[in-house]
Design a protein around this ligand. Structure first.
Ligand SMILES: NC(=O)c1ccc[n+]([C@@H]2O[C@H](COP(=O)([O-])OP(=O)(O)OC[C@H]3O[C@@H](n4cnc5c(N)ncnc54)[C@H](O)[C@@H]3O)[C@@H](O)[C@H]2O)c1
Length: 344
C-alpha cells in the first residue's frame, strides 16, 4: 500500500497533482480539499473518490482521513495557512511554488515545519528536468573551471488575461521564482544582494511592471544577470529561459530546451589572441521522473527513508526561503532604486 495523500487546492495545478499522485505506484490519493465545495466535490468525482473524500477544510480532512502527507496546491496567499495547519497536526507536506506570498508568511511556514519535525518541501519542478540536471552536473564537475558569471534571458509575449494583467510585479512574483531558484540549483550559490529595475514597456497589455533587468551578487563572487519580459512579441526564449554560464576555463550554454552545449580552453592547445577551444561533451543524465513527477519521487524517497535518510531532499522550506528572498529583494530594490541585501 502506497503513502496516503490529500491534495489541497482543486484548480488547474491541483488537478495535475492529483493525476501525478494517482500515476505514482508509491502513493494513493485519498482526499481532496478546496474552499469551494463544488470544486472539491467535482475533483473527487473526477478522480474516482467517494463524495466523503471531498472537504472544504484541510484540518478536518486530515483528522478524518489520516493521510501520510498533504500536497499544498492552493493559491500562494493560502500556502501559509494550509501548510501550517498540516504541520500543527504533524503531517508532512509538499507544496507548489512560490513558498508563500510574503517573507513573513514563508518564515512562519519554516517555523511550523521545524516545530513539527516533519518533512516539508516545495516542488520546484524545473530542477528535475533532464537538461537542467545535465547543466548542474557539468558545472559541478568543474569542466569550465570556477563559475564567475551567469546570465538568464526570458522573453515571452504572454496574453494570459486575468489576474496577472492586474498584478504589480507579474514577472518577478509569478514567474522569475523559477529562474531565481534555478540559478541556485545550477551553481550551488546563494544570492547576497541585488540591484533590480522593473519597468512596463511601451505597448504593454499589463497594468504592472512586467519587464525587468536585475543583477544579483551571489556567493563567491558569482554575478547573475537576469533579463526578462512577459510582453515581448517575437523571438521567444524557452519558458525555462536561455542560460549562459561562464567559468574560468570555459562556457556552458542552455538554450531553447536543447541539451546544454559548452566549450572550454583545450588543454595543451594553441594560445594567442583567442585560446584554442574544444567542445565539452555533456552527458544526458537519467532522472527519476521529470517535472512534478520528479519532485514527488524525491519527496517519497525521503518520506520512505524517514530517519534513516542519509541525503537531504532539495527545496525543504528553510532552503527554499532563500529563493523566495531573491524575489522580494528584487522588488524592494526596484521600488527603492537601490542595491539591497537579499535577506531572510
Ligand atoms: N510549477 C508550475 O509550473 C506551476 C504552474 C502553475 C501554477 N503553479 C502554482 O500552483 C499553485 C496553484 O495554482 P493554480 O494555477 O492551480 O491556481 P488556481 O487558481 O487554478 O487554483 C487554486 C485553487 O485553490 C483553491 N483555494 C484557495 N484558497 C484555498 C484554501 N485556503 N484552502 C483550500 N483551497 C483553496 C481555490 O479555490 C482554487 O480552486 C500556485 O502556487 C501556483 O503558483 C505552479
Amino acid at each position: 500500500m502506497g503513502k496516503r495523500a490529500i491534495v489541497v487546492g482543486c484548480g488547474g495545478m491541483g488537478r495535475a497533482w492529483m493525476k501525478n499522485v494517482q500515476d505514482n505506484p508509491r502513493c494513493e490519493l485519498v482526499g481532496v480539499v478546496d474552499i469551494r465545495a463544488e470544486a472539491a466535490a467535482q475533483a473527487a468525482a473526477d478522480h474516482g473518490l467517494p463524495a466523503t473524500a471531498a472537504f472544504t477544510d484541510v484540518a478536518k480532512a486530515i483528522k478524518a482521513l489520516k493521510p501520510d502527507f498533504v500536497c499544498d496546491i492552493t493559491i500562494p496567499e493560502a500556502h501559509c495557512a494550509t501548510t501550517v495547519a498540516a504541520h500543527v497536526l504533524k503531517v508532512p507536506t509538499i507544496g507548489e511554488k512560490p513558498l508563500a506570498h510574503s517573507m513573513a508568511a514563508g518564515r512562519k511556514m519554516v517555523a511550523a515545519a521545524k516545530k513539527s519535525r516533519k518533512l516539508a518541501m516545495i516542488s520546484q519542478s524545473r530542477r528535475y528536468d533532464q537538461q537542467h540536471v545535465g547543466l548542474r552536473d557539468a558545472i559541478a564537475s568543474g569542466v569550465i573551471g570556477e563559475v564567475t558569471t551567469v546570465n538568464c534571458d526570458f522573453y515571452i509575449g504572454a496574453h494570459f488575461g486575468g489576474f496577472r494583467d492586474e498584478m504589480d510585479s507579474p514577472l518577478i512574483l509569478d514567474m522569475a521564482i523559477h529562474h531565481f531558484d534555478l540559478v541556485r540549483f545550477f551553481t550551488g550559490r546563494d544570492a547576497k544582494a541585488v540591484y533590480c529595475h522593473e519597468f512596463n514597456p511601451k505597448g504593454s497589455w499589463y497594468r504592472g511592471d512586467v519587464a525587468t533587468s536585475a543583477i544579483f551578487e551571489m556567493d563567491k563572487g558569482v554575478v547573475f544577470t537576469y533579463r526578462g519580459s512577459w510582453c515581448a512579441e517575437g523571438g521567444h526564449t524557452s519558458w525555462n529561459g536561455n542560460w549562459r554560464v561562464v567559468g574560468t576555463q570555459g562556457t556552458l550554454l542552455l538554450e531553447n530546451d536543447k541539451p546544454a552545449f559548452g566549450q572550454r580552453v583545450k588543454p595543451g592547445g594553441k594560445t594567442g589572441f583567442h585560446s584554442e577551444h574544444e567542445d565539452i561533451p555533456i552527458a544526458t543524465p537519467t532522472v527519476n521522473g521529470g517535472g512534478i513527477a520528479g519532485s514527488l519521487n524525491e519527496f517519497l524517497d525521503a518520506l520512505e527513508a524517514g530517519k534513516r535518510s542519509a541525503s537531504v531532499p532539495q527545496c525543504q522550506l528553510a532552503d527554499n526561503l532563500k529563493s523566495l528572498a531573491m524575489v522580494f529583494a528584487a522588488i524592494r530594490s526596484s521600488g527603492s532604486g537601490r542595491r539591497v541585501p537579499v535577506s531572510l
